[in-house]
Design a protein around this ligand. Structure first.
Ligand code: PEP
Ligand code: MN
Length: 272
């Protein structure tokens, strides 16, 4: 959708994810580990982030790793522990599916399917997600144009599933000091040129724990509909992305700072 500068932007449609609604006045915090590693690790993290304001959990079951030798996720062995934790904590889960066959496998306990950055152009996967009714979190490819990202979403929406949320997670630039470069241009541009909710993943964007909270606040100030952040009880022991995982005390402190930004903007935090 193209708008001239003086046209008003399309209003954001809301997307229902389990019991919460993303894209409305409330700002949503999605949090959890990069990878679900064990019952204890996932339960401990889920309880903590819920107590401190997260209303949806994240956690990888199948991991897309740069090296085939790295931890690839628990896969089907993790299903039972995930179901148990979600019941105990009473929160929904977003998890990445990397293959169309996985959609059916996790359909009964997942509230939102995540399409990872490396799969944004996987049109077979997007078309299959268009045949489901569950929401889809579409990460931006790390080398994708904003327009390609918005068009990728249409593979899902045109397929019959209007419930798509866009996620800016950093793009590859000439910079090497940080893992990627958070493109806040993309957030404000996508909010103006698409009616889909837009959230930010500061963890993969910057890749450095100490820098994640400030980018979360920047995302809120820029008008994003929420954030998705990685949290681990003991980042040094994490099987993936430990260097960017917030500790519990980091998360607590970030949520306090975020609360102040949201109240300055007159936006409530999404309740679980
Ligand atoms: C993730 O969310 O853990 C992940 C792999 O993200 P991305 O697809 O953005 O790299
Ligand atoms: Mn990760």
């Amino acid at each position: 959708m193209e708008l001239t500068p003086n046209q008003t932007r399309p209003s954001t449609q809301t997307v229902k994810v389990g019991n919460i609604e993303i894209g409305g006045p409330a700002f949503t915090v999605i949090a959890g580990p990069c990878s679900i590693e064990s019952y204890d690790q996932f339960l401990e993290t889920a309880r903590f982030v819920k107590q401190h304001g997260a209303s949806l959990l994240r956690g990888g079951i199948w991991k897309m790793r740069t090296s085939a030798k790295s931890f690839q996720g628990l896969g089907a062995e993790g299903f039972e522990l995930v179901r148990t934790v979600l019941k105990e904590v009473n929160l929904g889960l977003t998890t990445e599916v990397t293959d169309p066959r996985q959609i059916e496998e996790v359909h009964d306990f997942v509230d939102m399917f995540q399409v990872g950055s490396r799969n944004m152009h996987n049109y077979a996967l997007l078309k299959e997600l268009g045949r489901t009714k569950k929401p889809v979190l579409l990460k931006r490819g790390f080398a994708a144009l904003i327009d390609e990202w918005i068009k990728a979403a249409e593979y899902v929406t045109n397929g019959g599933n209007p419930n798509v949320i866009l996620c800016e997670r950093g793009i590859r630039t000439f910079e090497t000091a940080t893992r990627n470069t958070l493109d806040l241009n993309a957030v404000v541009y996508a909010k103006r040129h698409s009616s889909l909710p837009v959230i930010v993943d500061p963890s993969h964007a910057v890749g450095i724990r100490e820098l994640v909270p400030s980018l979360s606040l920047a995302a809120a100030a820029a008008g994003a509909d929420g954030i998705i952040v990685e949290v681990h009880p003991r980042p040094a022991e994490a099987l993936s992305d430990g260097q960017q995982a917030l500790t519990f005390s980091d998360f607590d402190e970030m949520m306090n700072r975020l609360g102040r930004v949201l109240s300055a903007m007159d936006r409530p935090l999404q309740k679980a």
